[in-house]
Design a protein around this ligand. Structure first.
Ligand code: T46
Length: 137
């Protein structure tokens, strides 16, 4: 747990056949789900993200492999190694995120509270910092 995000531990149903993890809206995922996407075929030297969202909550889950998630609230920057499919990281609104160091087998699932719209993105770090400063006033 840290200031920029919350780690969610999902209940795993384990038996001799393997593991099943169920994610339900407003239960394991703490919002109504409007969108799900996954990111695959990642390259270790091709980081992603580098933006914040004005009005979007997301839960990021690393289903396979690993990567490093950087989260920044404009004041504090956290680095989280994502490598556990039974854990998600809840990223609330107005958090800058970057994704680095993907392993070849990395597969990322993202569960989102809103439909996709480019208008919701802040892709310039200084604009993000300025917006955070205004929020603090
Ligand atoms: C985030 C991190 C974790 C769509 O058309 N629909 C979608 O739902 C999404 C997520 C993206 N797109 C388009 C927008 C771009 O033309 O797909 C292209 C790649 O998206 P982007 O460069 O934003 O991808 P990432 O990996 O940098 O960021 C994504 C999400 O966009 C973002 O919300 O938090 O994953």
């Amino acid at each position: 747990m840290n200031m920029t995000s919350q780690v969610l531990n999902f209940p795993a149903l384990v038996d001799q056949r393997g593991t099943l993890i169920a994610l339900e809206a407003t239960r394991e995922i703490p919002f109504q789900i409007r969108r799900v996407y996954f990111i695959k075929d990642l390259k270790g030297d091709a980081p992603r993200g580098f933006h914040a969202h004005k009005n979007l909550k997301q839960v990021v889950i690393c289903l396979s492999g690993s990567f490093r998630l950087i989260l920044d609230d404009g004041y504090k920057r956290d680095s989280i190694v994502m490598n556990e499919g039974s854990q998600g990281v809840l990223i609330e609104e107005m958090i800058w995120r970057e994704m680095h160091d993907f392993t070849d087998d990395c597969l990322i699932l993202v569960i989102a509270s809103e439909f996709y719209t480019e208008d919701d993105y802040i892709r310039d770090y200084q604009s993000f910092k300025d917006a955070r400063k205004l929020m603090a006033k």
